[in-house]
Design a protein around this ligand. Structure first.
Ligand code: COA
Length: 167
């Protein structure tokens, strides 16, 4: 398994957008498949922020994670940027790929000089806590309880020994 930039694999954007839209579309009234696709097309134009990282096995796409300037507009007053759209294809789950993607996003944020990275989650608080994330706030998003969590990327990178600079 390896992490790669979405810009190297634009052919996977339609599949990825469909997965993301099927997973999270029901949470947002106005997030269409076209909007999900347009975000990923935009992410493929850069390797800084916002962007999407892919987990690949050879030429097979296993999953992805995004580092976003904005995730849910209603939570934007809490700060920026955000880890979002963590997704592993169902048949590849349970083998550590999700963890690899989260730490890759954190390492990417560290390289980009992000002081504090945030996320919100409905059901995966324990999963992120095991990766060093701390609960910042319990709130609601469109009436659904969510947990906002945060991490200091540089501290996590120092803890895991992940590369903190390009090259
Ligand atoms: C969440 C997701 C990315 C995890 O991917 P994965 O490849 O299965 O994750 P990993 O194999 O790296 O799991 C790492 C560990 O977290 C555990 N874990 C997974 N989901 C968990 C949860 N909701 N709560 C607590 N632990 C969890 C796994 O059991 C595993 O623990 P183990 O190594 O002790 O067995 C995947 O289930 C997914 O794509 N779900 C649908 C999209 C989604 O919900 N994304 C998260 C939005 S916040």
């Amino acid at each position: 398994m390896r992490i790669d930039a979405i810009g190297r694999y634009p052919q996977y954007i339609p599949d990825l957008a469909a997965w993301h839209h099927a997973e999270w579309g029901p949470l947002y009234d106005d997030w269409t498949l076209e909007a999900a696709t347009a975000e990923l097309v935009d992410h493929a134009t850069r390797t800084s922020l916002p962007t999407t990282l892919l987990l690949m096995d050879g030429d097979t796409l296993l999953g992805s994670v995004s580092v976003l300037i904005e995730d849910a507009p209603a939570l934007q007053d809490r700060g920026s940027p955000w880890l979002g759209s963590l997704y592993m294809r169902p048949e590849a789950r349970g083998r550590g790929g999700g963890r690899v993607l989260v730490d890759a996003a954190v390492a990417h944020a560290a390289r980009e000089g992000v002081a504090l990275l945030r996320l919100f989650t409905l059901w995966h608080e324990d999963f992120y806590a095991a990766l060093g994330w701390q609960v910042a706030e319990r709130t609601a998003l469109h009436g659904t309880p969510v947990v906002i969590m945060s991490i200091v990327p540089a501290e996590r990178v120092a803890h895991t020994g992940a590369p903190s600079s390009h090259g």
